[in-house]
Design a protein around this ligand. Sequence first.
Ligand SMILES: *[C@@H]1O[C@H](CO)[C@@H](O)[C@H](O)[C@H]1NC(C)=O
Ligand SMILES: *[C@@H]1O[C@H](CO)[C@@H](O)[C@H](O)[C@H]1NC(C)=O
Length: 232
Amino acid sequence: MFWSSVLKSLLAACVVTEFAVSFVESFTCANSVSINGVYTPYDACETFQACFNQTQELKMPELARSQKFQQKGCATDECTDLAFSATLGGQRTFRYDQQCCTTDKCNQGDTQPSQGPATANGIQCLACYTEPGTLCIPTLLKCTGKETKCASVIGTVAGSSSPASVVMVGTGCATENACNLNMTILGSINIRTFCMSGFPVLPSAPASTGLRPTSISAVPVLIILPLLKVLL
Ligand SMILES: *[C@@H]1O[C@H](CO)[C@@H](O)[C@H](O)[C@H]1NC(C)=O
Ligand SMILES: *[C@@H]1O[C@H](CO)[C@@H](O)[C@H](O)[C@H]1NC(C)=O
């Protein structure tokens, strides 16, 4: 009786091990970093989990500044596909695209940025962008393409929880999956986002309706208060 149960569990262990060996096979991933066009290749890495390739791009047209981060490698924890974009005040745009895959060198390619202007989608959001020491007067922004949500984003120094570490606050149009994020972007900024419903475009109303000078000063307060609530 005793020995037969020992044999049974031994047999079970062998079967399980056999399964594990035949299912868990490692593979290699392309491994590189490219920051603003400066490309640094590394030796391919080996993983049992997933390869990832990621592109992050921040464009600030009025400062003629843009930052582009591209990274490929082996996922250290669970890898999830995530693609989103946002257009904030001052036409600052941010695009994030991460893809995960599980075959040898499957992360070698790069996404081609979609060409051609995106068309207005009928949603308008208050757009704003401010860094510490600057004031923002929100303007109405007509959203385009898949950016159908009005989002607020607050950026803090990654790794710091102090409210004094705020580096930017912005509002504008965003894709739906840009809502409710809590993640690090561009390697150094932690962003928290949330969305609210937009204003539908009224064809007969001029875009500035409702933004008479008297109401302008109240708007940044309205935008920033809920953001601070999130921080505290
Ligand atoms: C990742 O690589 C795949 C396959 O090579 C490619 O199709 C995809 O566009 C890449 N994605 C990103 C975000 O670079
Ligand atoms: C946001 O993410 C950070 C780091 O992963 C975590 O410490 C923090 O608790 C998260 N905050 C919320 C509200 O989920």
